[in-house]
Design a protein around this ligand. Structure first.
Ligand SMILES: [Zn+2]
Length: 294
């Protein structure tokens, strides 16, 4: 089995540092991410591309460029063009070459890149015409019936487009070990479920030569959140999230696992560590991956 990974940069965002670090005080988090004059920190919306036996699997699409100029400013999106499409083009691919898109959940900063760039007077349009879209049944349910607390994080028009594409692949609930599989991806890819950030968050393990690469999405969006006590203000169930994070990091340390970060401004991949006191950390950061054998 030959698998290669790429990190693909998408549109960057600047978001309020306080919201990104939940109840952590600013003197702590500003050591990890320097805020600008509006208290915002820089975040990536990075996708992971896997080539597996000639098939292209894309993990998330970032925020993309579907917002109107007014909303783009409100949500701190840095570039008007669809950067993920540019990143694909840089390695000779288009959205039509992608066979599977795995969506950890349908918050707009992870799934907005499924849509074409905003154009005045044009209706939203779904990209990736040949892809199947993998989402957990629980995340799909949440996206279609959100709570008032996270309603603004979903894109109703996107849900309708995915539904009418007939290419949606909802993964079944997890078994006793907390993982499930996707027929589109195959049995080599273990899918963990987590509910702390949003119900049904799907975390994919890509098999590697020495250990897995986990796409933890918003369970661990970047290196600062590897600390088990740090969570985001956007998380729906922070205490549950911290327990889930500890469980998954324990497994990764034992299996020499690595983490691929979607929101870390500088690191795409790191190795997980645990010290003698049981504190987790990350080491050997890689800023980008190109045809990387995991
Ligand atoms: Zn999210």
């Amino acid at each position: 089995m030959t698998i290669q990974l790429w990190s693909l940069e998408g549109n960057r965002q600047r978001l309020d540092g306080g919201a990104m670090f939940g109840n952590a005080p600013r003197p702590l988090w500003e050591r990890w991410a320097a805020p600008d004059e509006r208290n915002r920190i820089e975040l990536a919306c990075r996708a992971m591309l896997v080539e597996d036996e000639g098939r292209y699997l894309l993990f998330e699409t970032g925020i993309g460029a579907f917002f109107s100029p007014e909303l783009r400013d409100r949500f701190g999106v840095q570039e008007p063009e669809h950067r993920l499409l540019d990143s694909l083009a840089a390695i000779g691919l288009t959205d039509a070459d992608i066979d599977v898109v795995v969506l950890s959940h349908l918050h707009f900063d992870h799934a907005g890149g499924l849509l074409a760039a905003w154009q005045d007077g044009e209706a939203p349009r779904l990209l990736f015409p040949n892809a199947r879209f993998v989402v957990s049944a629980a995340a799909w349910e949440r996206a279609n019936h959100p709570h008032a607390r996270d309603k603004a994080s979903f894109i109703p028009a996107l849900n309708q487009l995915l539904d009418s594409s007939s290419r949606l692949d909802l993964t079944p609930p997890p078994g006793p070990d907390g993982t499930t599989r996707s027929a589109c991806l195959g049995d080599a890819y273990r899918l963990h479920l987590s509910d702390g950030h949003t119900p049904g968050l799907l975390l994919t393990e890509v098999p590697g030569r020495h250990g897995p690469v986990l796409f933890p999405s918003d369970l661990i969006p970047g290196r600062p959140w590897v600390h088990t006590s740090v969570s985001m203000g956007y998380d729906r169930y922070p205490e549950l999230l911290l327990d889930e994070k500890r469980r998954i990091l324990d497994q990764l340390v034992e299996r020499r696992g690595r983490l691929f970060f979607t929101h870390d401004a500088e690191a795409a991949l790191t190795t997980v560590t645990r010290d003698a006191q049981g504190r987790y950390g990350s080491t050997s950061p890689k800023a980008s991956l190109a045809a990387y054998t995991p």
